[in-house]
Design a protein. Structure first.
Length: 163
């Protein structure tokens, strides 16, 4: 068994052979990506056919864990400036279902998704009316989607069929 640690931007995994990793693991990484789709395309490229990905993702606004969704109130341009200035440390705005869609879009199959941390009801009761009256692209996001602030994804790269 060989374990390889990669210290590289997930969006830019150039120089790493295609289809070479049987397991790709990340813990609280995917929420810090400038471009999640590009990063997932890179992860797909380096994952071997039938390889799996295990990804724990923290969907909270990292500036204040007591107010885990506040960054969703920011207009997209304002958020992007803050995100870049903070070197992605605040977490990106990607929601759990958006990440599921991105995994599928780049070719991964979902094996299992387990939400494992949730916003407090008292916080949601205060936050949701403010979100609904905002100009946020998340203003119509379902409360059940907003409630999930952390989750674990188990994904698989399907066997490639030779034609």
């Amino acid at each position: 068994v060989t374990v390889t640690e990669l210290r590289s931007s997930a969006e830019d995994l150039h120089g790493i052979s295609s289809d070479c990793f049987d397991i790709v693991f990340s813990n609280a990484v995917l929420e810090h990506l400038f471009n999640p789709k590009t990063a997932l395309e890179s992860l797909y490229k380096i994952t071997a056919p039938d390889g799996i990905g295990l990804h724990q993702v923290d969907f909270r606004d990292h500036r204040d864990f007591e107010k885990p969704l506040e960054y969703l109130l920011l207009p997209e341009a304002e958020f992007n400036v803050m995100f870049h200035e903070q070197h992605c440390e605040c977490g990106n705005q990607t929601r759990p279902s958006e990440l599921l869609e991105l995994f599928a879009c780049v070719g991964f199959d979902l094996i299992k998704y387990e939400p494992n941390m949730f916003a407090k009801d008292s916080y949601l009761n205060e936050f949701v009316p403010i979100l609904r009256s905002s100009d946020s692209r998340y203003k119509n996001c379902a409360v059940d989607e907003l409630r999930i602030i952390s989750g674990h994804y188990t994904i698989k790269k399907p066997t490639q069929v030779q034609l």
